[in-house]
Design a protein around this ligand. Structure first.
Ligand SMILES: *Cc1c(COP(=O)(O)O)cnc(C)c1O
Length: 462
């Protein structure tokens, strides 16, 4: 196909939106390792997962064989309110960088949650409602996931209880109010509303909280209330599955205009946006139909891919969740206090971990001051104020575009612009004031985290 003139924003029609989610695992030769029981180390069966998660979501979590799973019509209906999202040609950024590269970004920030997280929140709320549940519990760090779930819960008339990492709760009072406006209850974590929260507070009275700790509280709260289940906004296979709408729309937009990506870049916290963005492209790669360079970008202060261990580990600080095999820094790892840019989870999606171990994706760690520099450069020419998380991908896309300038290659670079940064102005302020610093954990810092990874036959550090 000859390329049409490529518009600034490539929009698909509602009809061109995906009708099913794409499950990468079906095409993976080496399947991601299953979740296992922390006591017996046996793979978890459906009936062991259903007391924690909604039944249909457990089935999706365990499904390694169906490549396509139909998106229920009520979910598509909701998607239509804010999707399809545009694939934007970053003409202004290209001009600013004076690069021959063609840069595109898939923009997921055009909804109130300000991120891609709504794509999975609405699916999870739907299945909870279908099952006749009263409500859901969850944790939130920066707040986008809690907001997305509050919106989705309000839409389906579910109660929503959010444990918000204490330092975010204090730093982002407006995030909290958005969630409360959608009807959610927001509790700073650790709290004295759960046994695990009380225990953590007793041990570490001054802690500002962590995602791992908030997860433990939310799980305890779900399993101790009749008619409630726990939902998670990243890391799990089911979340990557829902996020595949991002990649499928991106691929449809590329195919429509004859764009063949050379490099696909995404930021990686727990791996859901990256897993979703790359899904159909990875499918082609796994089936030998095409090849792409795929790069995961993580913070140098929380470097699970680039410096973590590929082992079974706890998903949460309180150790109430199953063990997952993933690149991990240890469930007690907490990024240094000066880290501002999100992406602070200690582990990584087991699907992406397996793809990384198999050499199918690359990973790179970047320092936060360089990330905010890229964010600022992007905001000033493309207009959008990016989320710090998304800006990790911007930084890498700019670096790749500069390499193209040096080599004279007109590569097609696509990155995921996962959201907007309106609630991250404390971090932007530190950058603007020149007080932002970089802290890269030392090997000794990381060893402390690794020392909490459970050791058992087949799961040893050395
Ligand atoms: C949550 C979030 C991320 C990181 O989570 P993943 O599961 O790795 O995608 C990235 N960007 C934004 C805007 C987020 O809200």
């Amino acid at each position: 196909m000859t390329t049409n003139e490529i518009p600034y924003k490539i929009y698909l029609t509602e009809d061109e939106m995906p009708k099913s989610w794409y499950n990468m695992r079906a095409d993976m030769k080496n399947k991601p390792a299953p979740l296992i029981h922390p006591g017996t180390h046996q793979p978890l069966k459906l009936e062991e997962l259903t007391p924690i998660f909604c039944e249909e979501l457990c089935k999706q979590e365990l499904n390694d064989s169906d490549a396509h799973i139909a998106i229920p019509e009520p979910i598509r209906q909701f998607y239509r309110m804010y999707r399809p999202s545009p694939l934007v040609r970053a003409y202004c950024l290209e001009e600013r960088l004076n690069t021959p590269a063609h840069i595109y970004y898939k923009f997921e920030g055009n909804n109130t949650s300000g991120s891609h997280k709504l794509n999975s929140a609405i699916a999870q709320a739907y299945y909870a409602k279908q099952q006749g549940l009263k409500g859901v519990t969850t944790e939130t760090g920066a707040g986008q996931w809690g907001t997305a779930l509050s919106m989705a819960s309000a839409y389906f008339g579910l109660d929503c209880q959010v444990y918000m990492v204490k330092c975010s709760y204090e730093q982002k009072p407006f995030r909290r109010e958005v969630m409360r406006t959608y009807g959610a209850t927001v509790t700073p974590s650790p709290s004295n509303t759960t046994a695990i929260g009380r225990k953590i507070l007793e041990q570490f009275p001054d802690t500002t909280g962590s995602l791992g700790c908030a997860i433990s509280e939310a799980v305890e709260k779900a399993t101790s209330q009749e008619g409630y289940r726990y939902v998670l906004g990243s890391v799990l296979n089911m979340v990557l599955l829902h996020q595949s709408v991002i990649g499928q729309e991106t691929m449809a937009a590329c195919d429509k205009y004859g764009i063949v990506p050379d490099i696909i870049i995404g930021c990686a916290g727990g791996g859901s946006n990256l897993g979703g963005l790359i899904a159909p492209f990875m499918g082609r790669k796994l089936r030998g139909e095409a090849d792409y360079r795929i790069i995961a970008i993580e913070p140098a202060s929380c470097p699970s891919f680039t410096r973590g261990k590929f082992l079974y580990d706890f998903c949460d600080t309180g150790h109430v969740c199953p063990l997952a095999k993933m690149y991990t820094l240890g469930s007690e790892f907490i990024p240094s206090a000066n880290h501002a840019g999100g992406l602070r989870y200690h582990g990584m999606s087991s699907t992406l971990s397996q793809l990384y171990a198999d050499g199918l994706i690359e990973a790179r760690a970047v320092e936060q001051s360089a990330v905010f520099k890229a964010a600022t450069e992007f905001a000033r020419c493309e207009g959008i104020l990016p989320a710090p998380e998304s800006s990790h991908a911007i930084k890498a896309a700019i670096d790749e575009a500069i390499k193209c300038k040096e080599s004279g290659e007109a590569k097609n670079i696509i990155f995921g612009l996962t959201g907007t940064g309106y609630f991250d102005m404390t971090a932007y302020k530190a950058y603007n004031d020149g007080t932002m610093s970089d802290y890269i954990p030392t090997d000794a810092d990381l060893e402390r985290g690794f020392s909490h990874i459970p050791q058992f036959p087949g799961n040893t550090i050395n």
